[in-house]
Design a protein around this ligand. Structure first.
Ligand SMILES: [Fe+2]
Length: 243
């Protein structure tokens, strides 16, 4: 079993479309722990005016869970962040502190509409950097404007944008184009972070076993250790990550 950090998931109880209650949360944490997770960043959706919670409630919810979980899994570290859905002007929410960056660092997890244009995505990343935050693109494999555009991926990496991939995206048939694209991104070391993006215990669960088998078989051991543990730890310490 390999130790890993899950930097993207929806396990906080009752705050978004993730875990519906504390029981589900605890089951999801148990699965994660058994799979090898030793650090988890909760990243509930942040959708501008559509959030089902107040930022302060999130903090309370997280602190309560942290205390409860510490008794069950003393060596499991839990952190709080948000998955920020991009829309025009969203950097204001980051600047005024409404959004939780990853464990109060300068790293922010950002997701987009899957049909966003490359131009808009690129400018959004520039804006985040302008206010001195370090954006991480959530599940980079989803956006149509990036799929099969290695030159755009390269451009984003060169400008210092970090890419997160969902672990299960490496699974699938070798003839599946999306699976092949995801594997290529990993083999070319374009990905800095992995996450489960788990929402429940069934269809979008935090199981990682099958994905981990692929990762261990096909990636260089040092790079795998970096994305599973070292980079997330550096990020959570707010250290600059040179990729
Ligand atoms: Fe997510």
């Amino acid at each position: 079993m390999k130790r890993y950090a899950d930097i993207h998931c929806h396990m906080l109880p009752g705050v978004d479309d993730g875990a519906i209650d504390m029981e589900t949360t605890m089951q999801m944490l148990e699965i994660s722990y058994q799979e090898g997770a030793r650090a988890i960043v909760f990243t509930p959706h942040y959708e501008g005016g559509n959030n089902q919670y107040q930022p302060a409630e999130l903090e309370e919810n997280y602190q309560m869970l942290k205390e409860k979980a510490a008794k069950m899994w003393p060596d499991l570290e839990l952190y709080l962040g948000n998955e920020l859905l991009y829309e025009q002007g969203i950097e204001e929410y980051v600047k005024d502190g409404s959004v939780h960056p990853m464990h109060q660092t300068k790293y922010v997890l950002v997701e987009f509409n899957v049909r966003i244009s490359y131009q808009e995505l690129y400018h959004a990343m520039q804006k985040m950097q302008k206010i001195r935050f370090r954006p991480i693109i959530a599940h980079v494999e989803r956006y149509h404007c990036l799929t099969k555009h290695p030159e755009r991926i390269a451009e984003l990496c060169e400008m210092g944008v970090y890419l997160q991939m969902n672990m299960t995206s490496v699974l699938g048939n070798v003839f599946n184009e999306n699976t092949r694209w995801c594997r290529k991104l990993l083999k070319e070391k374009r990905i800095s972070f992995l996450g489960t993006d788990a929402h429940d215990t069934r269809h979008r669960s935090p199981y990682t076993g099958e994905s981990m088998k692929w990762l261990e078989k096909h990636l260089e051991a040092e790079y795998l250790e970096n994305i599973l543990w070292k980079y997330p730890m550096k990020m959570l310490e707010n250290k600059y990550l040179e990729i």
